[in-house]
Design a binder for this molecule. Structure first.
Ligand SMILES: NC(=O)C1=CN([C@@H]2O[C@H](COP(=O)(O)OP(=O)(O)OC[C@H]3O[C@@H](n4cnc5c(N)ncnc54)[C@H](OP(=O)(O)O)[C@@H]3O)[C@@H](O)[C@H]2O)[C@@H](O)CC1
Ligand SMILES: [K+]
Length: 223
């Protein structure tokens, strides 16, 4: 079965409603979903990296950053060289906890200039546009770097038009369901994966879409 990304793509609003409903009704802690998100991300990074690669993980002060920091911890545990770019202070409880763990595991708090892999876990579905100078400068640097660029959930800066600068991801690991914002990228070289966070099929059916074929592949490669 070829899963139809476009027919099943959700607006961010519809996605958040489905996600929050599952979280509330099934007593699913965000931390548990974040652990799944971060592990899927780490697996993709590990496939693209070599043992000597330098991996820079950019994390913001939200749950997208938290997922990136989980990946940092997993990759550090596997022996990779992991560096963290933290352009805004991490203050929220969950990402802060993930940051502490990543540092204990050996990730280094240093925004190195020429990483082999540059990971965008700066901002996810709560990003507000325009991004502002700080993040736009990071995007310009990342997009001109000779690095493999990987975004968690959504590339930072993505919008319906082409008006705002965005992190030019080679690979996107989007979470739980396809998002309408990603449809134009199907026509590009960007590789998109959908990662399972454990939301049951019923919650997809309730809003009239099909669950990605997670029974067969928990990290579903779209194109
Ligand atoms: N079940 C779930 O929900 C799961 C969600 N998961 C992950 O969570 C992600 C969504 O997380 P999120 O809602 O915490 O916000 P996120 O996108 O990380 O933004 C962070 C904060 O940045 C700020 N901010 C925004 N725009 C800004 C700007 N221009 N310049 C500067 N700051 C700006 C804003 O902070 P505020 O302004 O509110 O202080 C915002 O709160 C989602 O994409 C997925 O990866 C999974 O880990 C697990 C399951
Ligand atoms: K992101």
């Amino acid at each position: 079965m070829k899963y139809d990304f476009i027919a099943n793509a959700l607006s961010l609003q519809a996605f958040k409603e489905m996600d929050y409903k599952a979280v509330a009704e099934l007593a699913l802690p965000i931390e548990l979903m974040m652990e799944n998100a971060g592990l899927h991300l780490a697996r993709v990074i590990a496939r693209k990296a070599s043992p000597k690669s330098t991996i820079l993980i950019g994390a913001g002060n939200g749950n997208n950053g938290g997922g990136g920091l989980v990946a940092a911890r997993r990759l550090a545990a596997w022996g990779y060289n992991v560096y963290l770019d933290l352009p805004i202070e991490i203050t929220k409880e969950l990402p802060l906890q993930q940051l502490k763990r990543a540092l204990l595991y050996g990730a280094k708090r240093e925004a190195i200039k020429n990483p082999d892999v540059w990971v965008d876990a700066y901002l996810g579905f709560s990003q507000k546009l325009p991004l502002g100078n700080l993040f736009e400068t990071i995007i310009a640097k990342a997009n001109s770097a000779n690095a493999i660029r990987i975004s968690l959930d959504l590339p930072m800066g993505i919008s319906e038009g082409d008006s705002s600068p965005r992190f030019n991801a080679d690979h996107i690991i989007t979470l739980a369901a396809p998002k309408k914002l990603l449809i134009p990228l199907l026509e590009t070289d960007t590789q998109i994966y959908i990662a399972d966070l454990g939301i049951p099929e019923k919650y997809y059916g309730d809003i009239g879409v099909a669950m990605p074929p997670f029974a067969k592949e928990q990290l579903y490669f779209v194109s």
